[in-house]
Design a protein. Structure first.
Length: 165
């Protein structure tokens, strides 16, 4: 089945909207178990998007996720180049959308590249929905579709893993 590579919105939206840390304890226990088992991972760019805010989500991540949960992306630059080439060759996106998507500080293009670097063994988990007509933002689903990466949302991932809580 492979490993699920989670986008920052997996954690952020769960914390802020769907599964608050103080209410949905069983969800967060499940995330901790899946991370410990290596079924879900993320990347260094996602860590940068979550850390530095000194909030409850950052504290939870520090206390509950394995030290190697956030994987280094420096080794995926060839795959990143494939994602960059696709984005730049897609005329519908505004320059601002491309600048954001391809920023070294943004996780989205790197998540796709990280999954592409081990094609067939990594599935991207994002709450983003496909919006191929959108010009002002490059969405993860469009990038995944373009380079042949499978993506799911949180609930689909949990169903595929056979998890309940």
């Amino acid at each position: 089945m492979g490993v699920y590579v989670i986008d920052s919105n997996f954690l952020i939206q769960a914390h802020r909207v769907s599964y608050p840390l103080d209410i949905a304890v069983s969800f967060w226990n499940k995330v901790k178990l899946l991370a410990a088992a290596g079924k879900i991972i993320s990347i260094d760019k996602v860590k940068r998007e979550i850390f530095g805010k000194n909030d409850a989500l950052e504290a939870w991540c520090i206390e509950n996720l394995p030290n190697d949960f956030f994987k280094d992306t420096t080794s995926v630059m060839q795959s990143y180049n494939t994602v960059v080439t696709w984005a730049l060759d897609t005329p519908r996106y505004s320059q601002a959308a491309l600048n954001e998507f391809l920023s070294a500080d943004e996780a989205d293009a790197f998540i796709v590249a990280f999954a592409l670097d081990n094609l067939g063994n990594r599935v991207v988990v994002t709450q983003e929905k496909s919006r191929p007509e959108m010009k002002r933002k490059v969405k993860i689903p469009e990038a995944c579709d373009a380079v042949g990466i499978r993506y799911v949302d949180t609930i689909e991932m949990l169903r595929e893993l056979g998890e309940t809580f």
